[in-house]
Design a protein around this ligand. Structure first.
Ligand SMILES: C[S@@+](CC[C@H](N)C(=O)[O-])C[C@H]1O[C@@H](n2cnc3c(N)ncnc32)[C@H](O)[C@@H]1O
Length: 239
């Protein structure tokens, strides 16, 4: 969860919220298991004989995205996140996998803007882009399209509004489900998630991405998985 502060107390806050996120993953409340399974399977067929340059936007500790591809398929991995403590954990995972990687503690939009045109085979982002406002989401997608090689792929894993929802309705529905079914989290941890979501979560409807991606030469996308508000999509850069 976002924090660019590197002081001790910021690290403590990070570790507390990160432990809650690990508990969410362990209990599969955001469907990481099904979503990563479907994405991994889809990526099996993406340029199978080629090593890939991968850009991971909002990579966190890398524990989601680094499982989507076998390490031997990665030529270079560029991961970026605002949280230095998260990147420190990602670095340890990368060292264990022995892949060539660069981790950048910076805003994903700035990082994407700095990538050379048509340099990336696969842009990934998991549960991170909903933190941007609509204008910055659009700017980011423009950069995704610019940085992808022809026939490159953009895999977007995130939360999305249902077609009838605005953000207020979504927040009400999501928090109701959370308070009813995320029972393995303590009340304190549930409050932390609710406060985080209320402050930082700005999901869009899937049509927002489909229309923009279509306009930017990334096609209208294919849904790989959907579990309540949690979905995985793949978009293909035109040849
Ligand atoms: C819910 S975590 C997901 C982490 C990881 N991708 C995963 O799926 O496990 C969201 C991450 O997005 C990062 N983040 C939020 N806004 C960001 C931004 N503007 N630029 C880079 N990272 C950002 C947060 O620091 C956090 O690590």
């Amino acid at each position: 969860m976002p924090s660019k502060n590197t002081g001790r107390s910021a690290v403590d806050v990070f570790l507390k919220s990160w432990q809650v996120y690990q508990d969410i993953i362990t209990h599969n409340y955001m469907f990481h298991s099904e979503i990563s399974g479907a994405t991994r399977e889809a990526l099996l067929g993406f340029n199978p004989s080629q090593k890939l340059n991968v850009l991971d936007l909002g990579c966190g500790d890398g524990s989601m995205t680094l499982t989507l591809l076998p390490p031997e398929r990665i030529e270079t991995y560029i991961g970026c996140d605002l949280s230095k403590p998260a990147l420190d954990i990602a670095q340890r995972q990368i060292d264990a996998l022995s892949i060539s990687a660069k981790l950048l503690c910076d805003d994903m939009l700035k990082v994407a803007e700095k990538q050379p045109a048509q340099s990336i085979d696969l842009v990934l982002s998991s549960y991170a882009i909903h933190h941007l406002n609509a204008n910055n989401k659009q700017r980011l997608l423009e950069q995704v399209s610019r940085t992808l090689k022809p026939e490159g792929q953009f895999v977007l894993i995130d939360i999305f509004l249902d077609p009838t929802e605005d953000r207020t309705a979504y927040m009400h529905h999501y928090i109701t489900v959370l308070q009813k079914s995320w029972s393995k989290l303590s009340p304190e941890a549930q409050d932390l998630v609710v406060n985080h979501a209320t402050e930082y979560d700005y999901p869009e409807q899937t049509t927002f991405y489909q229309m923009l991606c279509e306009k930017l030469g990334l096609g209208s996308g294919q849904r790989l998985a959907k579990h309540t508000w949690h979905e995985a999509w793949v978009f293909n850069r035109a040849a």
